[in-house]
Design a protein around this ligand. Sequence first.
Ligand code: NAD
Length: 495
Amino acid sequence: MPTTPWYERAAELRIDGRAFIEGERIAARAGTYFDCRSPVDGRTLAQVARCDGLDVDAAVASARAAFDDRRWAGKAPAERKKILVRLADLMLDHRDELALLETLDMGKPIRYSRSVDVPLAQNCIRWYGEAIDKLYDQVAPTAENSLALITREPVGVVAAIIPWNYPMLMAAWKIGPTLAAGNSLVLKPSEKAPLTALRLAELALEAGLPPGVFNVVPGFGDEAGRALGLHMDVDCIAFTGSTRTGKEIVQMAGQSNLKRAWTELGGKSANIVCADCPDLDAAVAAAIGSIYFNQGESCNAPSRLFVETSIKDAFLDKALGMISDFAPGDPLDEATVMGAIVDPIQMKTVLGYIEAGKEEGARLLAGGRAARAESGGLYIEPTLFDGVNASMRIAREEIFGPVLSVLSFTDLDDAVRKANATPYGLAAGIWTADINKAIRTSRALRAGTVHVNQYDNDDITVPFGGYKQSGNGRDKSLHAFDKYTELKTTWIGVS
Ligand code: NAD
C-alpha cells in the first residue's frame, strides 16, 4: 500500500464533478454522469456530469446574457485586471489541491503538477490580467475632416475545448486572454481530465468574476464538444487537441454560424543534432528530457531525433545511460519524474506503436513494455528506437507517449527535408556551433517554434502554435488577443 503524504491528502479530497453554469454547481439536465478514473492506480475519483446539448444551451445562454448586459465586458480593464490577478493568487493559495487533482486525474508526477503546471497556469492568467490595462487602441492617419478610430472589442461568447495532457495549463491559455479581453467563456475540458477546470471556475467566482462569465461543461467530445462546435450563438471556438478533431471543429464552424475557429493541434517535432553540436551532454539531456517529460504526452515533444551519423554512437551511449532516470514511478511520490499514461485507450495506442516499430524493423534499444501493473495504474517504460527510417509509422504519426525514434543523417539538407516531410509543423530543434548553419536551418524548418542549441525554453511572452496541420492559431503572448477580439473601425466626421 503506497504511503506518501499525498495519499492522505488525496483521501481527504471532496471532489464535485457537477458542471458549473451561471456561477453554480449543477447536475447535467439529463441526470447523467461518467466515471472519472485515475490512471495512478485505477481508483474512481468522482462521478462527473455528462453534459449534452441541453447543458451546452444553458451554458451558452448564461454566457450570452453575461456578455450582453456587459457585467464583465463593461468593466474597466483595470477592474478586470484586479479580478484575474486575484484568481491567480487564489490558484497559488490552492496550489497543493490543484496539483493533486491534476496528478490524480491524468497521471503526471506531483512534483511537476506542483512546480510546473500550477505556477505556469496561474502566471498565464496573471500575465493577461496585468497586460489588459496597458494596451492602447489606434487612431488612423486620415484627413483633417475625419477621425478614424481602430479599436479592439471582445468577440463575444467564446467556447474553448481543451485536451487532457496539460489540463490546467491549456485551460489557463484560454481563460487568460479571453477573460482579460472582456469575453464570456464556456469551457469544455477533456472527459479524461475534467477536474481542475471545474475547480478553476469556482475559484474565479471567489475572485469576483460575475456569474455567467465563465461556465464549464464537462462531457464527451461527440456530445458537449459537438454541441459547442455547432452552436449558433457561440462567436468563437478555441480548440486545442488532435488534428483529426481540429478538422471537424473547422467544419462545424462552417456548417453553423461561421464562428471564428482557432485550432492548436498535434505535432511530430524533429530535433536535429549535428556533429558540431556545441555541447553533446546538453543535447542528450534535452532530447531525452523533452520526450519523456509528461510521459511523452506533450504536443511539442521532439519525438523524431535526427543525429548526424558520426556522433550517433556517442549520442546513444549517453542517452541510454540516462534513460533509467525516467523509469515510471508512483506519481504521488515526489521523487518520481515519469508518471502514468492517461487512460487505457492511450495506453493501447502507445503500445500499438511500439509493436509497429518492432514489426517495421526499427531496433528497440530501451523500454517497450508496460510497467507497474501491480499498482493498478497505467505505465509504460521510456522507450527508444534506433534505426528508424522516415517511412515507418513511428516516424510519421504522433504517438503521444514516451517513445523516441532515432534517425541518422549525413547530409543536413536531406535531414531538413525529412524533418519537414510531415503534415505537422509545431516545433523543431537544431544543434550546431555554426551560427550560419543554425540560422539557415531554423529558417528552413517549417514549424511555429524552432529551438537552437536547447529544447526546453518556454515563456508566456512568446506565441505558441503550429504551421500546416498543427493548427492556425497562436496561444500565449499578446498575439493571443487577436483570436479573441474583433477589430472595429469608427469613422467620425469633423466639421
Ligand atoms: P482530442 O482531439 O481527442 O480531444 C480534445 C478535446 O476535443 C477533448 O475535450 C474532446 O472531448 C474534444 N472532442 C473530441 N471529439 C470532438 C468532436 N467531435 N467535437 C468536439 N469536440 C471533440 O485530443 P486529446 O487526445 O484530448 O489531446 C491530445 C492532442 O492534443 C494531441 O494531438 C496533442 O498534440 C494536442 N495538443 C496540442 C496542443 C497545442 O497547443 N498545439 C497542446 C496540447 C495538446
